[in-house]
Ligand binder design. Structure first.
Ligand code: FCB
Length: 470
C-alpha cells in the first residue's frame, strides 16, 4: 500500500514537472516569436514610395575600387587572385570594368540613371604604393573624380577600406599588424586633406564582419587563414582603425559625417518549433550583425563569440565615432542547430525566390533589419549597399521596387533613412566568385568593356524621378 502511494506521488510529481517543462518551453518559444513582429509584403505598389521621401534623400549606386578600376597590382588581392583555385573561373581582376580609365563616362551613366549620389572607394595601395610615399597622381585621379561627381550634381560617399590592403602592409600582418590602426589613421587623414570639403560622407571600413569571416574563419579571402585567434585580432584591428580614422577625418573636416558599412543578415530559425534553432539563430545574429556597432556604442572593442578568444578592450575614441549606421543588405539565412557544424550553427537558404547566386530575395528583411538598427543604436541609417546577382537583369526592376518599398515603409515608421545605394552601378569583379555574378544596373561586355543598360537601369531612373518629385 505504502509503496503504491509513494509510486503514485512520484508519478504525479513527474507529470507536474513534465507539464512545467512543456509550459516553460512554450513560453520561451512564444517570447522568441513575439520579440519581433512578422512582416510580409503582399504586393508592391508601382510607386513604392508610399509617402513623401525626405528632402535630400540620397538615391545612388555603389562600387569599390578593386572590383571596378582594373590595374590594381599592389594590394593583397592582386597576389591572392593569381593563385590557382582562389578565384572561381580562374580569371584575376585584371582590367576589371576599366573604371579607372572610364571614370568620366561612368559619371555620365550616373546622370543618365538620375542618381544623386555615388559611393566608391579609394584604393589605398594606389595612393600609398610604398609605405610613407603618397602617389600625387593617384590622389589627383580621385580629386578629379569627386570634381566630376560634384559637377554632375552627384554627392560622393567615399569608402577608405573596401577589403583590399596595400601589399607592404599585408606583408607584416595587415589587419593584425601592431600598427594597423596607426597606418589607417594616417591614410584617412591624408584622404580627408586631399579631398577636402568636397567630400562630407565617409565610410571608414566596409563590412568588417565579412572581411574577418572570409579572411580568417573561412579562409577564402586574403590572408586565407582559418584561425579564430587571428580572427579576433583582425576584428579588433578593424574596430580600432575605424575609431582612429573617424577622429582623423573629423579633425580635418569637422563637418564630415562618418560611419562604417556593415553587412547585415536576417537569421531566422529553420524550425520555428525547435528552441535550439532559435538559440543558434540568435547567436549568429549577435556575433555577425552587431559586434562592430556594439563596440562603437559601448566605447570598448567587444567580441564575445563562442569558439573565439574574447575581447573587451576599452577605447573611448569609439564613442561618437559613427554619425550613421551603413547597412549593406543582401540576404536572409535560415539557421539550424547542428552539433556537427562549426560553431554548432548550420546556415541554409531561405524559402523565397533565389538570385543567380542562390541567395534568397527577401525585401521584408531590409525593413526588419533597419527597425532593429534604429532600436539598438538610435543612429540615422544609410543603406550603403543592396543588390542582386542577376545576369539577365530581369529580376532587378522588381528587386529595386520591393527594396525601395521597404525603405519607404521604414521611413513611414519614423526610422531616419538618409539614402539608398544600389550595388552596383555596373558589373564587376566579384571577389572569389570572379566575373560570374553580375550585379550591375549596367551590364559590362568584358570583351569590349562596353556598358549596356540592363532592365534595372530604366527602373532605377523611374524611381529616381519619384524620389525627387515627392
Ligand atoms: C558585398 C560587398 C561588395 C560586393 C557585394 C556583392 O558584400 O561589400 O564588395 O561584393 O557584396
Amino acid at each position: 500500500m505504502g509503496r503504491q502511494s509513494r509510486w503514485r506521488r512520484v508519478r504525479r510529481m513527474g507529470a507536474v514537472l513534465g507539464a512545467g517543462l512543456v509550459v516553460a518551453y512554450a513560453v520561451t518559444l512564444a517570447g522568441f516569436e513575439l520579440a519581433e513582429p512578422s512582416v510580409v509584403f503582399d504586393s508592391i505598389p508601382e510607386n513604392p514610395f508610399v509617402s513623401p521621401m525626405p528632402p535630400g534623400f540620397l538615391w545612388g549606386t555603389a562600387t569599390s575600387a578593386h572590383q571596378v578600376e582594373g590595374g590594381n597590382t599592389l594590394n593583397d588581392w592582386a597576389r591572392f587572385e593569381v593563385v590557382p583555385g582562389n578565384i572561381r573561373g580562374g580569371r584575376a581582376s585584371g582590367v576589371a570594368s576599366d573604371h579607372w580609365n572610364r571614370v568620366a563616362e561612368d559619371v555620365d551613366l550616373l546622370s543618365v540613371l538620375g542618381a544623386n549620389a555615388y559611393r566608391f572607394s579609394i584604393e589605398w595601395s594606389r595612393v600609398e604604393p610604398r609605405e610613407d610615399e603618397w602617389d600625387g597622381a593617384a590622389w589627383d585621379h580621385y580629386r578629379e573624380e569627386v570634381a566630376l561627381l560634384r559637377e554632375a550634381g552627384v554627392t560622393p560617399m567615399v569608402t577608405l577600406l573596401h577589403f583590399t590592403l596595400p601589399g607592404w602592409l599585408a606583408d607584416r600582418g595587415g589587419l593584425t599588424a601592431a600598427d594597423f590602426a596607426d597606418r589607417f589613421e594616417r591614410y584617412a587623414r591624408e584622404a580627408a586633406r586631399r579631398l577636402g570639403s568636397e567630400v562630407s560622407l565617409w565610410c571608414t571600413v566596409n563590412e568588417p564582419n565579412v572581411q574577418m569571416y572570409q579572411g580568417y574563419v573561412e579562409g577564402v579571402w586574403p590572408p586565407g587563414f582559418r584561425d579564430t585567434e587571428q580572427a579576433s585580432i583582425a576584428f579588433a584591428g578593424l574596430v580600432r582603425g575605424h575609431a582612429r580614422a573617424s577622429m582623423a577625418i573629423k579633425d580635418v573636416n569637422p563637418q564630415a559625417r562618418v560611419g562604417a558599412a556593415v553587412n547585415l543578415i536576417v537569421f531566422d530559425p529553420q524550425r520555428r518549433w525547435w528552441l535550439p534553432d532559435w538559440i543558434a539563430a540568435r547567436e549568429a545574429d549577435r556575433g555577425f550583425n552587431w559586434a562592430f556597432y556594439d563596440s562603437v556604442k559601448r566605447g570598448a572593442i567587444t567580441f564575445h563569440l563562442a569558439g573565439f578568444p574574447e575581447i573587451d578592450e576599452p577605447m573611448p575614441a569609439l564613442e561618437g565615432s559613427a554619425d550613421f549606421f551603413g547597412v549593406n543588405y543582401y540576404r536572409r539565412n535560415m539557421v539550424r542547430f547542428s552539433p556537427k557544424a562549426p560553431g554548432l550553427v548550420e546556415l541554409l537558404q531561405g524559402p523565397g525566390p533565389l538570385s543567380d547566386s542562390g541567395v534568397e530575395i527577401y525585401p521584408e528583411g531590409l525593413l526588419r533589419l533597419v527597425r532593429r538598427v534604429w532600436d539598438r543604436y538610435g543612429l540615422p541609417i544609410i543603406v550603403t549597399e543592396n543588390g542582386v546577382s542577376d545576369s539577365s537583369g530581369d529580376l532587378r526592376p522588381d528587386f529595386l521596387r520591393s527594396h525601395g518599398y521597404a525603405v519607404s515603409r521604414a521611413l513611414e515608421e519614423g526610422i531616419p533613412i538618409e539614402g539608398y545605394f544600389h550595388w552596383s552601378l555596373l558589373d564587376n569583379f566579384e571577389w572569389s566568385e570572379g566575373f560570374g555574378p553580375r550585379f550591375g544596373l549596367y551590364q559590362v561586355d568584358y570583351e569590349t568593356l562596353e556598358r549596356i543598360p540592363g532592365p534595372g537601369a530604366g527602373e532605377f531612373h523611374r524611381l529616381a524621378q519619384l524620389v525627387g518629385r515627392q
